[in-house]
Design a protein around this ligand. Sequence first.
Ligand SMILES: Nc1nc2c(ncn2[C@@H]2O[C@H](COP(=O)(O)OP(=O)(O)OP(=O)(O)O)[C@@H](O)[C@H]2O)c(=O)[nH]1
Length: 116
Amino acid sequence: MFPIDEPEAVNVILYCFCITDENSFVNLVGEWVPNMEKKHKGVPSILVGLQGELRSCSTSKPIGIDVLLNAAHKIGAKEYLECSATTGYNINHLFDFAFALALENATTPRSTKFHV
Ligand SMILES: Nc1nc2c(ncn2[C@@H]2O[C@H](COP(=O)(O)OP(=O)(O)OP(=O)(O)O)[C@@H](O)[C@H]2O)c(=O)[nH]1
């Protein structure tokens, strides 16, 4: 995990994983979330399922929605959202929601840097 030199500049966290990759989900919940929580306590987050169009693909085996909603609740995420870079599904909604959360959390003037 890379260090963010200005932790106070973080107003929202997007926890992203691929919905058909169990490992990416397990790593996210087991490693990334606890680390980020230590460094950015109280910062609102969104759990984001990537490659969302694969949910309707008959040959893929996505992680169940109930598991993901439960995980979002457990890690304290404000929402679970699925999106797809391939089809554009939910991308605008995700960023609108993320910016709204970030603004809610921006009680003092912050840096405008983006960390990906
Ligand atoms: N099915 C599907 N595949 C996707 C989607 N977005 C990205 N991919 C695929 O996932 C792989 C990785 O995509 P990248 O956009 O390169 O992801 P990255 O995290 O930047 O990966 P790096 O290049 O290693 O940094 C590629 O094979 C993409 O085609 C999506 O929405 N749906």
